[in-house]
Ligand binder design. Structure first.
Ligand code: EPZ
Length: 420
């Protein structure tokens, strides 16, 4: 267990180079199972979720390596029945491997996925879609496993909710084969578009990604590729929120404004000066930010649920009252109790809205309980009088390549301690 000791910081200034998006790289890694050729990915951050996904691929016989941002995966010969169930239970994205395994091998037995406990996070939409594509699905609730038989054939899937993971799993399940699959009600996140671009780089035929109607025409065999995943919009939004917390002038190289429209709109209402440039985004802030009356998280292009904790952290010091409503996950406000320990005036109205009255915070010992909530505690602590200790850094390591080092490069004073 590691902890971060965060001292008060007056402002952040300097430049951050964005790396590839965790939520693009994880499905792309799963998609490497679709080809027996080598795939090389560049610009990838060292994150524990990526390490875990690579270990899962290695457990079915894939050859993997990860060195200085370059990932190589070669799934020449794989055995779906040697998959490591314990590893699958560690991360949510392990479920993404189901579609590619069925597409490539026609059978698989997986453990139900794990991941941040921000809600119940079932996989009924994934399994329901695979059944429509002709896969025989047998769930074992007691063993928490799912056994599937049969190569997905073409079909029409209507998702009742634009699930990111279900959309990605079904795109990959349909990528090899000879028939056409249509996904209505698909998710539209930039990471979905990136996965489609990657699949097409392998020789697949995926159309309509980024809209709610995606068509996949199966291709008999896919080949290898070199690919650079899309920059991480959630990491970019994290640093913008951090500038909202303590002020300063930060340039985020690689940030793409179009991927953050809803967030930029809110940050601008708060008073942040945001300049979208050719190769990145510059964020400046001087003095206290303003409150934002109402924010509701929605599937893309709405305000991203993954930035909800970071927005709340920035609003804790704002002038006035803000309300933030979470509509995707039923348990994504646990970090609020930790913000209260720092003196934040945030109360939960029922279980899906936070009411925030801005005030100054003081240092406290707090605990990360999930990835984005943990990051929110760190940036909130930057403004707190005195020192704060944020435990549970392993949650933060799942999605940030050393958040503390990067914030220190911008002028923060954060020390990482290894506790017993
Ligand atoms: C992806 O999770 C991201 N993770 C999440 O990021 C992100 O918060 C989420 O999409 C929404 O944008 C990865 O890409 C690895 P969903 P995913 O399926 O695919 C319900 C982070 O911090 N649902 O769109 O699991 C589900 O319970 C993580 O980087 C079903 O009911 O999200 C949730 O309420 C956190 N049945 C809602 O849909 C299903 O079969 C959205 O889930 C699937 C989902």
């Amino acid at each position: 267990m590691d902890a971060l000791v965060v001292s008060k910081c007056n402002k952040l200034s300097g430049k951050i180079n964005l790396y590839g998006a965790k939520n693009a790289i994880l499905p792309i890694l799963a998609a490497c199972v679709l080809t027996s050729d080598e795939v090389q990915l560049c610009g990838c951050p060292h994150l524990s979720d990526i390490d875990d996904m690579l270990a899962i691929i290695a457990s079915i016989g894939g050859k993997v390596s990860f060195n200085r941002g370059q990932i190589s995966v070669c799934c020449k010969a794989i055995n779906p029945y040697t998959i490591d169930h314990a590893l699958m239970r560690k991360i949510r994205s392990s479920v993404f491997i189901l579609g590619p395994l069925l597409s490539r091998c026609g059978e698989a037995e997986i453990a139900l996925p794990g991941g941040c406990e921000i809600g119940q996070r079932p996989i009924d939409l994934h399994l329901g879609g695979l059944k429509i594509l002709g896969v025989d699905v047998e769930e074992s609730p007691y063993k928490n496993t799912v056994r599937c038989k049969g190569r997905p054939r073409g079909g029409i899937v209507r998702l009742k909710y634009p699930s990111v993971g279900a959309t990605e799993n079904l795109m990959m399940a349909a990528a090899i084969g000879t028939q056409k699959t249509v996904i209505y009600g698909a998710a539209k996140e930039p990471e979905i578009v990136d996965l489609a671009m990657f699949l097409n780089t392998l020789g697949a035929r995926v159309f309509g990604a980024g809209t709610d109607l995606i068509v996949v025409e199966g291709k008999g065999r896919l080949h290898g590729a070199r690919y650079k995943p899309v920059p991480d919009r959630i990491v970019a939004g994290t640093y913008m929120a951090a500038v909202g917390v303590v002020g300063g002038d930060v340039y985020i190289e690689g940030a793409i404004g179009d991927h953050l429209d809803a967030a930029l709109h809110k940050f601008r209402i708060m008073g942040l000066d945001i300049e979208e440039e050719q190769r990145g985004i510059r964020v400046r802030q001087n003095g206290r930010v303003k409150a934002v009356k109402q924010t509701v998280t929605l599937p893309y292009p709405g305000f991203a649920t993954d930035l909800q904790p970071l927005l709340v952290a920035a609003l804790c010091g704002a002038e006035g009252e803000s309300v933030v409503t979470e509509t995707l996950f039923e348990n994504r406000f646990r970090y609020v109790y930790q913000l209260q320990r720092m003196g934040a005036d945030v109360i939960l109205d029922g279980c899906n809205s936070a009411i925030i009255k801005g005030k100054s915070l003081f240092g406290a010992d707090v605990y990360a309980q999930d990835l984005r909530g943990g990051a929110a505690l760190v940036i909130a602590a930057l403004s707190a009088d005195g020192q704060s200790t944020v435990s549970g850094v392993e949650y933060i390591d799942r999605g940030y390549q050393s958040l503390s080092d990067e914030l220190n490069s911008l002028g923060a004073n954060i020390k990482r301690l290894t506790l017993k």
